[in-house]
Ligand binder design. Structure first.
Ligand SMILES: *Cc1c(COP(=O)(O)O)cnc(C)c1O
Length: 358
């Protein structure tokens, strides 16, 4: 078929124009543009330590059987998850993003409501719209905490509601007590996004034993250092596991990623080291930043760059060899914030130099 005006009609209305996921700028291009040999990459909340040795070992071993389809239920990975967390029902997906998409696909008919506590991670809204859902944004308080009363009022009749704690991009932690209150009032499912929970003081897992309308999403991309492998998983209620499996893409993960995740979950030293380092970094930024830093339970902080806009500050950092994330593209946020994550020592050092000169 020829590329013409005709072909545009083939595309779903949703994808003819409009927004997609916003990625951090490409560091290689940036380095070239501003003449830096290397760029401090502090925009994507990745683990600065490189991959865990045990994850690499797992991947090496998996390569020799890559001509075979994966184990359909990823039993090694699931067994390791049980060893790590205890005996919960688990599901897996291509990143937590894949888990989010599958949960929405499994639960939401076109026209039904998906509720979000905004500003927050943008993929929930994109995935919900792709499913034809009606997305309802429930604003957080001025300090980015969740006002449980207004959240419950807005999310009560939603098929699925998303709440991120620690929240991306603000870092805000919602206490488990508040999550309990919310779970008791909702008619639908609460998807609690715990992508950064390992860096916080909270543990929401015990709630799984008491509520059958709770899904807790986790990722191997942050503390476990496997962003490139695309592995996510979730704690789900037992009634939901077979439903998820019906809705999921067959096999969910590739064998190499599954083996990497299995190795990384067993590398306790790497995990401990990452958490210790990140918490020290967080304390230091909070103390030493000349610009206000919001309280964070994650491996990143949100910084108020007023009177500069997020984009202006991000551009200034880029010119000085540091990649940070402007928060402008997060729906529902005032435009004077950047998000910065912990990096390697040299990256953090450069960041401090630049922010002092902002
Ligand atoms: C990074 C992130 C995820 C998903 O990460 P994956 O790489 O898809 O596993 C999910 N939620 C939040 C809030 C994140 O920041």
């Amino acid at each position: 078929m020829q590329q013409s005006g005709q072909s545009v009609k083939l595309i779903r209305d949703l994808y003819r124009e409009g927004t997609s996921y916003v990625f951090a700028r490409n560091p290689e291009e940036l380095a070239k543009e501003y003449g830096f040999e290397r760029i401090a990459r502090l925009a994507s909340n990745e683990n600065p330590f490189g991959p865990s040795k045990m994850a690499m070992k797992g991947m090496e071993l998996a390569i020799s059987s890559i001509h075979r389809y994966p184990d359909t239920i990823h039993s090694d990975l699931v067994k390791t998850l049980v060893d790590y967390h205890g005996d919960f029902p688990f599901v897996t997906g291509v990143g937590m993003d894949g888990v989010i998409e599958t949960c929405i696909r499994a639960l939401v008919n076109p026209g039904e409501t998906v509720a979000l506590s905004t500003p927050t991670f943008s993929f929930y809204g994109l995935a919900a719209k792709a499913q034809g859902a009606d997305v309802r944004n429930i604003p957080r308080s001025k300090d980015f905490s969740v006002d449980t009363r207004s959240f419950i009022a807005g999310a009560k009749d939603a098929k699925i509601a998303f709440l991120c704690t620690p929240n991306n991009p603000s870092g805000t932690v919602t206490p488990p007590e508040d999550i309990k209150t919310i779970l008791e009032q909702l008619n639908g499912v609460l998807f609690l996004d715990n992508a950064y929970v390992e860096f916080s003081d909270e543990d929401y897992r015990p709630l799984m034993k008491r509520y059958d309308n709770l899904i807790i999403g986790r990722t191997m991309s942050k503390v476990f250092g496997l962003a490139g492998c695309r592995v996510g998983y979730a704690f789900v209620p037992s009634w939901f596991k077979p439903v998820y499996e019906k809705a999921a893409t067959p096999f969910t993960l590739n064998s190499i990623s599954a083996a990497a995740a299995t190795g990384a979950l067993q590398d306790h030293e790497y995990i401990k080291k990452t958490i210790r380092y990140t918490r020290e970094w967080r304390e230091r930024v909070t103390k030493e930043s000349p610009k206000p830093v919001l309280p964070s339970g994650a491996n990143f902080v949100m910084i108020d760059t007023s009177p500069m806009t997020g984009d202006q500050a991000t551009e200034y950092f880029a010119k000085n060899g540091v990649l940070v994330r402007s928060c402008r593209s997060f729906p529902g946020i005032a435009d004077h914030y950047i998000r910065v994550c912990a990096g390697e020592e040299w990256e953090n050092k450069r960041f401090f130099e630049v922010i002092r000169s902002l």
